[in-house]
Design a protein. Structure first.
Length: 360
């Protein structure tokens, strides 16, 4: 009999993942990562995944299934590796994806350490994706979920071969409707609970307000400039803006203006036309490849530059320094520094990296 730790958020997905794992006959415990105290920042339950109410929901489900339940306090590591990185990225003109950092540094790193300390065999999560072993390649593969409307392979591109060897994703072959039906059939308290949509520590979506409260300092105003460097007006501070933004600029012009670049060095926000947002190529660092060791030769793939962005035809390769280059068949709008680019070969995740730059 193998032993599994089920990472439980209090939501329906991780609860059903726990049930399906228990039904295999393996020994299971449920564990919630306590990442921060919602109540300390005035956050309610409905839109987050880390509140005390969520802990109680996870505990209730475990009690119903007769498995032990624990809460692991990773709040210090979460502050350093997720919240601090989030703030630093915005202050340097980038737009991060903290959910990927949470997976990278907490769920599939810190939780893995705890798994080894407790001498357990693998970790189970409620992500919608699939892990398979390829005998020919002698590698573990990460694949898209069967339910393409819920597929979360994008946020798992950073997984290593060692991690994939000790991960189970029971929901990868199910549709969300089936998962809710299973939860209702077993009387789970969270069967109809809404999915969390927002960044857990900024549930109201006001990133700038959070950053100013978190750091205790106000963002410094600067100049809006056009693509030629001409001053158009004053901005409230670069943390208030993201690439492609049109609303809330407070600038009157003959044509619509969009945020086309953010320069932390000069504290300027560059405004331009919609056409100025399109680029044909990007470079990415912090690269992790899953289905192969490297991309020394150009490979025709599909690429996603944001979680909800449709896949696009592209050619990808790595230079000798390991930097990933992706050239799109058609120019893409608002390729954003700090976001992940993830490469796909059919339903197989080839790998990905953090967008560093884009080229016309």
């Amino acid at each position: 009999m193998r032993k599994a730790i089920i990472a439980m958020s209090g939501g329906v997905d991780s609860s059903v993942a726990a049930l399906l794992t228990k039904e295999t006959g393996d020994e299971c415990i449920g564990a919630t990562m306590k990442l921060f105290h919602n109540e300390d920042i005035g956050v309610k339950r409905e839109k987050t995944c880390c509140s005390l109410d969520d802990v109680e929901d996870a505990r209730n489900v475990c009690y119903r299934m007769g498995i032990r339940y624990y809460v692991f306090n990773f709040s210090e590591r979460f502050k350093e590796d997720v919240m601090d990185r989030f703030v630093d990225a915005y202050e340097h003109g980038a737009t991060p994806n903290p959910c990927i950092d949470c997976n990278r540094y907490l769920k599939f790193d810190k939780m893995f350490q705890r798994m080894r300390e407790l001498e357990y065999d693998y970790i189970v999560t409620g992500h919608y994706a699939r892990v398979e072993y390829d005998e020919e390649k002698n590698r573990y593969l990460l694949k898209k979920a069967v339910d393409d409307t819920k597929d979360q392979s994008y946020v798992l591109y950073m997984l290593t071969q060692e991690q994939l060897a000790h991960i189970s994703l029971p929901l990868g072959g199910l549709r969300k409707t089936e998962v809710r039906e299973i939860a209702e059939k077993h009387g789970f308290v969270n069967a109809r609970k809404h999915d969390s949509q927002d960044i857990c520590f900024v549930p109201d979506g006001d990133y700038a307000k959070f950053i100013e409260q978190y750091t205790g300092r106000k963002s410094i105003p600067g100049d809006f400039v056009d693509t030629e460097g001409n001053i158009l007006g004053k901005h409230k501070g670069i943390i208030h803006y993201t690439l492609g933004q049109r609303r809330g600029l407070g600038i009157s012009a003959a044509s619509r203006l969009y945020v086309c670049d953010i320069s932390p060095k000069t504290n300027q926000v560059v405004l331009g036309n919609n056409e100025d947002l399109f680029h044909s190529e990007l470079t990415a660092t912090k690269v992790n490849l899953i289905s192969c060791e490297s991309l020394k030769e150009p490979m025709r793939l599909k690429a996603k530059i944001r979680y909800r962005h449709p896949e696009q035809e592209a050619v990808a390769w790595q230079t000798e320094d390991g930097v990933l280059h992706v050239r799109f068949d058609k120019p893409q709008r608002a390729i954003t520094r700090g976001q992940a680019v993830v490469l796909y070969d059919g339903d197989i995740v080839v790998g990905g990296g953090v967008i560093e730059n884009c080229i016309k």
